[in-house]
Design a protein around this ligand. Structure first.
Ligand code: C5P
Length: 399
């Protein structure tokens, strides 16, 4: 899949730079050509010699290199690539691109091209969580930059949390996904998945049994057809797919905020099992038994309906797909839901316990659209996802 492709790999300054050497090997063995660019800070962590030896190409380091200017010019460097990959992407490199600064070779290359960009952030957990970095992340995501990672875990600086660069295999998968040539190439598709958690007090919450399996499979299938996928997920048990931009949320209100921040999109598939209600008298402290035997009275408010809000909103994606998990009268309820929420399609299924669908590996769905109800045979959730992704691609192509 990568044979004949050229990746321009910018190696930023961070201890994770050593993983980029492994990434170069993976890319080379898949038949891709790698144009390496080493920032000044990057060269503090890996040597130009190792990078050049693995890539089998000259390493570009300086903005004003007379030989380069004579040969092709630094601007041309990024234009001949199929994809720009920044790994490790430091907080500084993210900030430079988010604000459009062009100070050194790497930032000039990133600014001087309309070639797709994939970033693999790596930084200290506090730097990652800093509002400035998160703002830059949102800006870059809205500009169409793809992200892989960061992962959560122990970091070289001794701290723990999100900030570790994704493993080379994950970056490789994200590169493959970014270069996937399919009918959804160049389209942005939004997917919600998993349950939401609605807090009762600092330690308790209301949840549901959604595993996130179907939403995850749909995001992966859309990615495989070439889409740029933003995957907004509640606390699911199934890990998110590689090669998509993952936004993790807990509550329904956070999910709506994340979904709106990710617009515009050509299509949206709302597969999340969003809690209908949230607790309004959420305890600031853990609720205690007072010995009287009296149970605490929880008060509820209705959560925003993300599917309906988007379907009726000013930035409505062209194709809105909702889900309906029903336990009886599946087609009738789902048809009514389609009208009520203003979406184009409803993927309806029977989740009564006997079907073993909620949390299971198979699904039997009915696709409700303006042309009626189409019953699909029971199949693996991956197969449902592939079939649905293809239908989405067909619908977007025909409109
Ligand atoms: O109303 P119900 O929960 O059955 O609708 C299911 C569909 O609506 C799913 O697509 C789900 O993701 C979406 N939904 C939503 N926001 C809510 C409730 C449901 O987007 N608050």
């Amino acid at each position: 899949m990568l044979a004949g492709k050229r990746i321009l790999l910018i190696i930023g300054g961070g201890i994770a730079a050593y993983k980029s050497l492994l990434l170069i090997r993976l890319l080379k063995s898949a038949g891709a050509a790698v144009t390496p660019v080493l920032t000044r800070a990057g060269a503090e962590f890996v040597t130009p010699l190792s990078v050049a030896a693995l890539a089998g190409e000259k390493v570009h380091q300086a903005l004003f290199d007379l030989t380069d200017e004579a040969e092709m010019g630094h601007i041309q460097l990024s234009r001949v690539a199929d994809l720009l990959v920044v790994a490790p992407a430091t907080a500084d490199l993210m900030a430079k691109l988010a604000t459009g600064r062009a100070e050194d070779l790497a930032s000039n290359l990133l600014l001087a091209t309309d070639t797709p960009v994939l970033m693999a952030p790596a930084m200290n957990v506090r730097m990652w969580q800093h509002p400035a970095t998160q703002r830059n992340l949102a800006t870059l995501t809205a500009d169409g930059v793809r992200f892989v990672g960061p992962d959560q875990g122990e970091m070289a600086c001794g701290e723990f949390g999100p900030g570790r660069m994704a493993e080379p295999e994950a970056i490789f998968a994200a590169i493959t996904a970014a270069l996937a040539e399919g009918p959804l190439q160049g389209r942005h598709v939004l997917v919600t998945s998993g349950p939401t958690h609605e807090p009762i007090d600092p330690v308790r919450y209301i949840a549901n049994r959604s595993s996130g399996a179907q939403g995850t499979a749909i995001a992966a299938a859309l990615r495989d057809l070439g889409a740029r996928v933003t995957f907004v997920t509640g606390p699911a048990t199934v890990p998110p797919p590689y090669g998509v931009t993952v936004v993790k949320v807990e509550t329904a209100r956070q999910m709506l905020e994340a979904v709106e921040a990710a617009l515009p999109a050509a299509a949206a598939v709302m597969a999340a099992a969003v809690a209908d209600w949230r607790v309004t008298n959420e305890g600031v402290q853990k609720m205690k038994k007072d010995g009287s035997g009296k149970a605490p009275a929880l008060e509820f408010a209705e959560n925003p309906d993300i599917l309906a809000t988007l379907s009726k909103g000013p930035q409505r994606p062209r194709l809105m797909v909702g889900f309906a998990a029903e336990t009886e009268h599946v087609v009738d309820h789902a048809t009514a839901k389609r009208a009520r929420k203003g979406c184009d399609w409803i993927v309806a299924n029977d989740v009564s316990p006997a079907t073993d669908i909620m949390g299971g590996t198979e699904n039997a769905v009915v696709l409700i659209s303006d042309t009626g109800a189409e019953h699909w045979p029971r199949m693996a959730k991956d197969q449902v996802a592939k079939k649905l992704a293809q239908r989405i691609a067909d619908a977007l192509q025909n409109s």
